[in-house]
Ligand binder design. Structure first.
Ligand SMILES: Cc1cc2nc3c(=O)[nH]c(=O)nc-3n(C[C@H](O)[C@H](O)[C@H](O)COP(=O)(O)OP(=O)(O)OC[C@H]3O[C@@H](n4cnc5c(N)ncnc54)[C@H](O)[C@@H]3O)c2cc1C
Length: 416
């Protein structure tokens, strides 16, 4: 990131300092600990890192970070392989929100909001999708009406991961209906627990409950909470989506710890499942386990290559779409492989049952093709922005939003 620490610590010295500090201060990594739903645990782990001087490695010093480099963060990631880390806070709080505030926030916003993020005190979420818009985010219909020194928000957001446990959101709303869809959007910082905002959790088919829908009824947001220009928020959204693609592709320097792949741990959950279910000598199963391992290996190397390319400027920020697409396609294939190995034991599951978890994973597998932008949208980005192929036809291009034909908005309580 920008503004690195002038008294920068040598990467190896930093690594050794972390290696000495970790055993007495961070709990061991366990499956399930640091799970993406355990926000209290995430906050606690991040506070420990902060107290020890290992939080916000690539965030600038003036906003509470260490002002160090990606190499320092990678060294810390390697040293923390055996420790529980606040992975739940990586997406969106550290990577997407932190990156967007750093890039587009005012000085006052950065001073106010980045230090509590780095200390693990404030958790954020993204209010982007609506019951009537997702892929075509610029067609959003949440209304932001200027009234004195505040915008008044009305409408609904949906699929917000973790909003029930979050403190703040970056919220995208329409402030001008008389101009084409991209030109009337404003991005705002929203405190979630305040009068007028109702948060409802949604139960997924596999029993998960991290998704939420929010209803806004005359919620007043002070104008100083606007990120970027009023009506000019689409530039901020594009930047935010680039941070999101990096984060989803494991290429953000603002993460705090990483999920590990078998190429790093030397372990494969599918290999263990094949062995415990007595199938390790079956040639077809062995081939599937090897395919899973190879997919992960290729994905790791692609992440390294594209991440380095984007960091050095050899690849544009849109290249994150390559990582996002690869992660999604590989994730779906691995879920299919897992289901084949688990067989009929995946039909029902309880917590801690490894074969059953493959069933749960399969039921939720389509999420990786949608969260952070669908695979189809990543393909559109790659073809239009990286390969410079002709842009998709859009009937609403250049048309004032209030003249664009669209369906009626769903009534409150309609869960999209
Ligand atoms: C795990 C997960 C986490 C999420 N977290 C959040 C969050 O925190 N905050 C938030 O605001 N949202 C979140 N979302 C919502 C997510 O951003 C949307 O689901 C996604 O953008 C797709 O929008 P949609 O569901 O409205 O589908 P639609 O946009 O209605 O798309 C339906 C289908 O049509 C295809 N399609 C649409 N347009 C095109 C096109 N132009 N070309 C080709 N195909 C097209 C899509 O690819 C998809 O297959 C999350 C979703 C998931 C699954």
């Amino acid at each position: 990131m920008t503004d690195t620490n002038p008294n920068i610590e040598d990467v190896e010295a930093f690594r050794l300092r972390a290696r000495a500090w970790l055993p007495d201060n961070m709990p061991p990594r366990q499956e399930g600990v640091g799970h993406f739903r355990d926000f209290d645990r995430g906050r606690e782990l991040q506070k420990r890192l902060y107290d020890g001087g290992f939080a916000g490695v690539c965030f600038p010093v003036e906003y509470g970070g260490l002002g160090l480099t990606l190499e320092h963060q990678q060294a810390l990631d390697e040293e923390t392989i055996d420790y529980a880390m606040p992975l739940v806070l990586n997406v969106p709080t550290f990577t997407i929100i932190g990156g967007t505030l750093l890039e587009f926030g005012t000085e006052a916003q950065k001073q106010r909001y980045l230090p509590p993020i780095i200390r693990g005190e404030e958790v954020w979420v993204q209010f982007l999708s609506e019951p009537t818009c997702g892929s075509d985010l610029a067609s959003l219909a949440m209304r932001a009406t200027l009234d004195g020194d505040a915008f008044v928000l009305n409408g609904s957001k949906i699929w917000s991961s973790g909003a029930h446990a979050a403190d703040y959101a970056i919220c995208v709303a329409r402030s001008n209906w008389d101009v084409p869809k991209h030109d009337g959007i404003t991005v705002l910082i929203v405190k979630i627990r305040q009068p007028g905002i109702t948060v409802e959790q949604i139960i997924d088919t596999n029993g998960g409950d991290e998704f939420c829908q929010e209803f806004f009824d005359d919620v007043r947001i002070p104008v100083e909470n606007v990120i970027g220009p009023v009506d000019g928020g689409w530039t901020v959204v594009r930047g935010l989506l680039a941070h999101e693609r990096n984060a989803m592709g494991n290429a953000s320097p603002l993460s705090s710890g990483r999920w590990l792949t078998p190429t790093e741990t030397g372990r494969s959950d599918l290999m263990e499942l094949a062995m415990t279910s007595g199938q390790s000598a079956n040639p077809e199963i062995r081939q599937l386990v090897a395919e899973d391992y190879a997919l992960r290996y290729v994905q790791d190397e692609t992440t390294r290559r594209v991440g380095t390319g984007m960091a050095s400027g050899h690849l544009p920020p849109t290249a994150g779409a390559l990582l996002r697409l690869m992660g999604a396609r590989a994730g779906v294939r691995r879920s299919d492989i897992a289901l084949t190995i688990a067989g009929s034991s995946a039909a029902a599951w309880h917590t801690g049952d490894p074969a059953g978890q493959m069933g749960s994973r399969y039921v939720g597998r389509q999420a990786v093709e949608m969260g952070g932008g669908t695979t189809e949208m990543q393909r559109n980005l790659i073809s239009e922005r990286l390969l410079e192929m002709p842009r998709e036809v859009a009937a609403d291009r250049g048309v004032p939003f209030n003249e664009v034909r669209h369906n009626a908005m769903p009534a409150r309580g309609n869960k999209g």
